[in-house]
Design a protein around this ligand. Sequence first.
Ligand SMILES: Nc1nc2c(ncn2[C@@H]2O[C@H](COP(=O)(O)OP(=O)(O)OP(=O)(O)O)[C@@H](O)[C@H]2O)c(=O)[nH]1
Ligand SMILES: [Mg+2]
Length: 511
Amino acid sequence: MSRSLLLILGLGIVLGLMLWLVAALHGLYVQIAFSSPLLANILLVVLILVFLALLYALIHYLGLVRQTKARPPRPQAPVEKTEAAVETLEALQKQLSQVEDEVARLALQAKARELEHSFSRQHIRLVVFGTGSAGKTSLVNAIVGKIVGEVSAPMGTTTMGATYCLQLRGIDQDIWITDTPGILEAGIAGTEREQQARQLATEADLLLFVLDNDLRQSEYLPLVSLVEMGKRSLVVLNKIDRMTAADRDLVLAQLRHRLQGIIAPPDVVAIAAAPQPIILENSNTVIPDPDILPVLKRIAAILRAEGQDLVADNILLQSQRLGEEARRLIDRQRKRQADKIVERYQWIGAGVICVTPIPVVDLLAAAAVNAQMVVEIGRVYGCDLNAARGRELALSLGRTLASLGIVKGAMDLVATALQLSVGGIVVGRAIQSVGAAYLTRIAGKSFIEYFRQDQDWGDGGMSEVVQQQFQLNRRDEFIQAFIQEAITKLPDTLGRAINRNSAAKIDKDTP
Ligand SMILES: Nc1nc2c(ncn2[C@@H]2O[C@H](COP(=O)(O)OP(=O)(O)OP(=O)(O)O)[C@@H](O)[C@H]2O)c(=O)[nH]1
Ligand SMILES: [Mg+2]
């Protein structure tokens, strides 16, 4: 309101000024014309020229504005799904070559090769998935047009995934449709079958998730996890012959509402794959035809619109899954190597302290965190640190150990455990030595976390990681085992210090 008022006011002022300008110019013209008509005409021409120039500038300016506004958005580089899939597969190959476990590597490489071959495949894979007895086999039968699988009421009729090939009008590619065993069945056999079904589901280009009622929580979770994984999915509400038209609409609406943001409404369809016979008034029975047109139409529409993209999406998705598997393997392999390094350095550190004990407890951390250990762990994770950086990291972790009171805590833990296991008074140098080994271990494990996360301490920073590692390594059983290992690993001095006390204790206990 106030804006438009302001605008009107502004326009009024501009108009008034213009009128005043015209009047003033007119007055000037009349005055000059009175003394020299020629000069007046020259002034008129100049004024007209100035006016035209202003008009031109105005049009030009507006034209420019319009031009920038109408300029089409900068064309984006076409994100070709197939290209993305090819790139991911190439990256996967490189990643797989790092897997050291030969059996695992060969298996993953075989899967990757299979994926590579999928680029040239000429068929689209549909997988029918869902709870037991929802009517998956009935749907496949109805689509394929003949009885291809066993259909019955008890759950668990389909025990193996079965695949059939068919053609849809207007779609060039062959369609392979796979029936799967139902999920959520009781018993071990059910679980194994369920795994097989899930595996088949992840291999689908397009997934048909069959329900026979509103979505139960136990169906919702697997569906959502498949969709979140990136699986293109259709939700098929089956057995609508059992419902009135109003109920069917209600259930459909509920389903679409519940799946909002997960599955687009047109991708939730209602069908009757094997409607039950109807008994007529004259006691004759009629078996209605399957009503599967909605699902067929939707499949055809998706295949027409997304066609080869579905295959590329699926290859991309599966190579990502393989990549994750490889990453997990590589991570485990690196962890094993890094653990060995920590193990080695913890006893080296303990040996050094055993020979030269440290006067101030908090300095122990600085001595225990070996810069070379940091560099070596980094190398396992593909990070090349120079010695200076290793030292810097080791020092700051040593300081953190001290400032968090972990040095003191570790020493107390070790002292108690040592006394418990060998009895009597244990000399300070033995405690310091085992304490140093223990601190090296906490530091090493913390660095493993740091390098695992791409040289990042995470949101809680170095202190949180260090504290976590301290908590993880302070269980009684662990400390006891650690002390026993220390006794066998540490140099003679420690052994003698401990043994002397044990011997004294035995002497004392013996009558
Ligand atoms: N009323 C009605 N019953 C149906 C419909 N579709 C399937 N059924 C019945 O539901 C029961 C289970 O059907 P199946 O096709 O074997 O179900 P499934 O999902 O393959 O079951 P599993 O293989 O055991 O997981 C059978 O008795 C079918 O006759 C339908 O549209 N309407
Ligand atoms: Mg079945």
